[in-house]
Design a protein around this ligand. Structure first.
Ligand code: TYM
Length: 321
């Protein structure tokens, strides 16, 4: 099975990204054909500082590598190192009804937040479609916030295939219910744009500060509590196996559990879980040329796959004369 997904290199990495997508991608490399990339063109829709983007791209690569992505067992590259994806975006644009993009929630949300829309933001899902179709991806692991974009990708692929024959594989989204939307500090979806994230790879002090900011209800320590209504629990459970989860639920139900205490435990859990990866990430970032070498080798492999598709599409659409 060919699995593909990408992540924007926009600043810090949070638990939503990790549990929603990365953990699963890294597990897939053992038995599936894995395509994993850093979506730096997409990041340009919200980031105009070139230096910040360039640095963020290296960091995003280091994040994935530190967390265990093996560039030998996967194709791992930076989106813009295979610029052919832009040509496919153009070709797909001609099969993208305006209404399809106008309906996209993430576009509408950004406009509602007061962001002045430009064409890049509007066409974002078409570029994402090109990412997916260029590599003939069968399944795309994402969080629920990307589900509609996957539907757009399917619609465009079907429309294109109807015109030109079976060129593209129709991709399926791969979304697990229990990690579809990781909640943030305030219970809304964890997202950088809401400022409610818990970030990976932080030093102890800022990490503890984030965890302590999780919003909890004003319930006295001695009262029993409902774990399913508690933001601390909703994040904590991601780190627990079945027995540990049951034990924590029992402590909530029994009363006597203080939110300060459980937040402290959660902080330690996050710190201990990611400490080895934080070290590895530091080592990787100390040698950026090695990261660049890994990415260049990945781009070369990705490009060969990309051309297989693009050659066909160019021919079908009359660009080969
Ligand atoms: P991005 O960079 O915003 O997020 C990367 C991945 O993390 C998931 N995610 C979450 N999952 C669960 N709960 C959350 N709170 C949460 N926050 C983020 C996202 O759903 C995503 O899977 N457009 C994409 C990048 C992209 C892409 C692609 C993905 C570009 N081309 C092609 C798949 C296929 C994005 O901005 O993800």
């Amino acid at each position: 099975m060919r699995v593909l997904s990408g992540i924007q290199p926009s600043g810090s990495l949070h638990l939503g990204n990790y549990f929603g997508m990365m953990q699963k991608m890294i597990a897939y490399q053992r038995q599936e054909e894995l395509f994993c990339f850093i979506a730096n063109y997409h990041a340009q829709t919200s980031l105009s500082d070139g230096k910040v983007l360039a640095r963020g791209t290296l960091e995003a690569a280091a994040n994935f590598l530190a967390l265990g992505l093996d560039p030998e067992k996967s194709v791992f590259w930076v989106q813009s190192d295979v610029p052919e994806v832009q040509e496919l975006t153009w070709l797909l644009s001609n099969f993208t009804p305006m209404g399809l993009l106008e309906r996209c929630h993430s576009y509408k949300d950004k406009v509602a937040q007061g962001i002045k829309p430009n064409h890049g933001l509007f066409a974002y899902p078409v570029l994402m479609t090109a990412d997916i179709l260029l590599y003939q991806s069968e399944t795309v692991p994402v969080g629920k916030d990307q589900k509609q974009h996957l539907e757009v990708a399917r619609d465009i692929a079907i429309k294109f295939n109807n015109e030109y024959g079976d060129i593209f594989t129709i991709p399926e989204p791969d979304i697990d219910d229990n990690v579809a939307t990781i909640p943030g500090l305030d219970g809304r979806k964890m997202s950088k744009s809401y400022g409610n994230t818990i970030d990976l790879f932080l030093d102890d002090k800022p990490l503890r500060k984030q965890v302590m900011r999780i919003v909890t209800a004003p319930i006295a320590v001695e009262e029993p509590k409902d774990p399913d209504a508690c933001n601390v629990y909703k994040i904590y459970r991601l780190f627990l196996n079945k027995e540990e989860d049951e034990a924590l639920r029992a402590r909530y139900a029994a009363g006597g559990l203080g939110f300060g205490e459980v937040k402290q435990e959660l902080f330690e859990k996050i710190r201990d879980t990611f400490a080895p990866y934080t070290e590895r990430r530091k080592e990787l970032l100390a040698d950026p040329d090695e990261i660049r070498r890994i990415l260049a080798a990945g781009a070369e492999r990705a490009r060969a796959f990309a051309w297989k598709t693009l050659r066909k599409v160019r021919k079908k659409t009359g660009l080969v004369y």
